[in-house]
Design a protein around this ligand. Structure first.
Ligand SMILES: [Zn+2]
Length: 679
């Protein structure tokens, strides 16, 4: 087990002569280009020194490299900046193009996928670009001339930077770590091992019995933890006879998984009957599967495998720490680099959500609709429903008539965009940039990485024409495509293409999706329907905000206890789940020490991903509220999407006047509670 501190490990990478060569070159370059260049010289040499290894060359090579490649006057620097920008656009663009072509058979509805198609689809032609750029020193030239920045600098100084300064920061960031191939491999191996473990974590529900030996669930029902278990709780709200008993049973199953008191033999095994309340395991009295099972019929608990898997992802992630000087832990990389919102602020936003008085009011509304006191599994209550004056069948009829083929949808894009308020010229321009393909799956949007490439809308059209669900998804994906078009083709620097992170492109896609009925010429959802949708989002955000805090707490605990055993990690996770429950949920549910917040499978295999969900909800609301304020979507959408890849807060301030935060969601919820008959 590796326990050395990141900084210590980092020092050993740097060659011994580096300090004296750096001092020598500083004197030489300042003498050549003048005192005014001194800060740039110092910064550049330091940045190169941080990543230079013995195999990159000896002192003479280092000195010659810096002498040759330091751009000491503005004209040379401008040329370098512009050339890197266009070359990197070409590189990224063509790599993406190869990727799209190689995935085509898998992604599109083009007949059978043969085994070699999957190998093409899994191949990433750009996998070694980073290594190559350090080996041929193109990366070092960037580090010598452009600034690496910390999140604190981007947040504090970023708002007063020019767009060119932002583009330079993004350019340098592309080379802010040099992770050895074996470390990257270890990380993806640990991730895929954990995913594999999760993917087999099925519970055979027909064999989950209660105290009287009764079977509440139908034969063959196999639920994957946690997704299917949670979704079954949601579905059970409509089962007036057994719903409540089923929900309580699933809660019991989930708690056994989190605490690892679940018998090993009941995981993915239809050969035993299990009572999750008293944990009794017996040979299956009924048979609903031919799956062979040779597991012993005992209730010996799962030996903390769940936490051993999680811990392996931590051990792997930590291997990258010494190679990432500006973000030396996985926690730093997630918050400072991927999210670009400091962890302390994310925590504060989640806590603001969780401690809002609107939680109690919404809980009362749920309680009155259920006609009983809340139970812990009601964090997954799903009874807020927009409802519609049209049946799914009526909507299917409209969309299939209108769109018998994918081409029919393609032809209508111009018209749809004009209905959303884009001018005829803009609508035409965007429509020309979108290619509609028949999707194999439910649909997705594939953007481009260079301006000469078009974006792709992948949509599913049945033989009988496009059904309403397909249309709804197509409108969402079209929102992505429009964002992708503006944020690449109209942004001022291609180094700033895109949006701050996926939550933003999803928010913009939801704006489109929310207007799908109007695009069919039907009335917009009424106030009541909108209120139900808002309350559904609010309750979902409340639930997932706590889950996000658990994920954060667990990763801190792992970094603080690098020598822990899986059992100790198990105990810590249970305690963290209980603490957060007791603080933010127990006052509403009137029950303490519940461990349900620890059930998410993402926590085991996704490397601290869960806080993205509640932040995504908040961002979506902010963008939607802004669109409502301005009335017409088209021009506002374009203005916002052109902002590009700056920090989330700066993007949001430019878009809405306020930084990222839960206020828009909370304000909408307060209005929705009034409309829905709350207090
Ligand atoms: Zn999407």
């Amino acid at each position: 087990m590796q326990t050395s501190k990141p900084q210590a490990a980092h020092k050993t990478i740097q060659p011994a002569w580096m300090q004296s060569s750096t001092a020598k070159m500083e004197t030489e370059l300042v003498a050549k280009y003048g005192e005014s260049q001194k800060p740039r010289v110092q910064r550049g040499l330091k940045q190169v020194g941080e990543f230079w290894r013995a195999e990159d060359g000896d002192a003479a090579i280092f000195e010659d490299f810096t002498r040759t490649n330091f751009a000491g006057d503005q004209a040379t620097l401008d040329t370098m900046f512009n050339r890197y920008q266009s070359q990197l656009e070409q590189l990224g663009g063509h790599m993406h193009e190869i990727n799209r072509a190689f995935r085509q058979q898998q992604d599109l509805d083009l007949g059978p996928v043969l085994p070699f198609d999957e190998i093409f689809g899994g191949y990433d032609p750009s996998a070694h670009v980073q290594d190559d750029f350090f080996n041929n020193k193109l990366a070092f030239i960037v580090l010598l001339n452009f600034p690496l920045t910390t999140l604190e600098q981007r947040l504090h100084d970023g708002p007063s930077w020019t767009r060119r300064q932002w583009a330079e920061a993004r350019l340098a960031e592309q080379f802010d770590k040099r992770i050895p191939a074996d470390v990257n491999l270890a990380i993806s191996q640990a991730g895929s091992d954990a995913e594999q473990y999760i993917a087999q974590y099925n519970i055979w529900m027909y064999h989950v019995v209660d105290d009287k030996g009764q079977r509440l669930f139908p034969p063959k029902m196999r639920l994957l933890s946690h997704w299917n278990l949670r979704d079954e709780i949601k579905a059970d709200y409509t089962d007036s006879q057994n719903g409540l008993a089923k929900q309580r049973t699933i809660q019991q199953v989930m708690e056994r998984i989190v605490t690892q008191t679940i018998p090993q033999s009941v995981i993915d095994n239809p050969g035993v009957d299990w009572n999750p309340y008293n944990n009794e395991v017996k040979p299956a009295a009924m048979k609903d599967s031919d799956a062979k099972t040779d597991k012993p019929v005992t209730n010996t608990r799962e030996p903390d495998t769940r936490y051993a898997m999680l811990q392996k992802t931590y051990f792997a992630a930590r291997k990258a720490d010494p190679y990432s000087p500006t973000a030396p832990t996985l926690i730093d990389r997630r918050f400072d680099e991927d999210r670009e919102i400091p962890e302390a602020r994310v925590k504060a936003m989640l806590e603001q959500m969780l401690s809002s008085p609107l939680v109690g009011q919404t809980a009362q509304l749920i309680q009155s609709r259920l006609g009983r006191p809340l139970e812990p599994f009601d964090v997954w209550y799903n009874g807020f429903r927009p409802g519609s004056q049209y049946t799914e069948a009526q909507l299917d009829e409209m969309t299939s008539k209108r769109y018998p083929t994918a081409e029919a949808y393609q032809k209508d894009i111009l018209n749809l965009l004009m209905k959303l308020g884009f001018s005829p010229e803009k609508a035409q321009y965007v429509a020309n940039n979108i290619i509609v393909d028949p999707a194999r799956g439910s649909g997705h949007a594939m953007g481009a990485e260079m301006r000469s490439e078009k974006v792709h809308l992948r949509t599913r059209v049945e033989k009988t024409g496009m059904n309403y669900k397909g249309f709804n998804i197509a409108v969402h994906e079209m929102g992505h495509n429009v964002e992708q078009t503006f944020s690449l083709n109209e942004v001022d620097y291609t180094l700033l293409k895109g949006v701050p992170n996926t939550a933003f492109t999803e928010a913009l896609a939801f704006v489109f999706q929310g207007h799908d009925l109007e695009l069919l010429g039907l009335p917009a959802p009424d106030a009541k329907a909108q209120a139900e949708k808002t309350l559904n989002d609010f309750w979902g955000t409340y639930e997932i905000a706590g889950v996000g805090l658990v994920d954060m707490g667990v990763w801190h605990w792992m970094y603080d206890h690098p020598q822990a055993t899986p059992k100790e990690l198990n105990d810590a996770t249970v305690q963290i789940s209980k603490d957060i429950w007791n603080r933010y949920y127990a006052p509403v549910f009137h029950k303490k020490d519940v461990v349900l917040l620890g059930i998410y499978s993402h926590m085991i295999s996704y490397f601290l991903y869960l806080p993205d969900y509640p932040i995504g909800h908040m961002i979506a609301f902010q963008v939607e509220e802004q669109m409502k304020k301005t009335g017409s979507i088209g021009p506002e959408f374009e203005r916002i999407a052109k902002e590009g890849d700056v920090t989330p807060d700066l993007w949001m301030i430019n878009a809405t006047g306020r930084p990222v935060g839960p206020e828009a969601l909370l304000e909408a919820t307060a209005r929705a509670l009034k409309a829905a008959g709350g207090r």
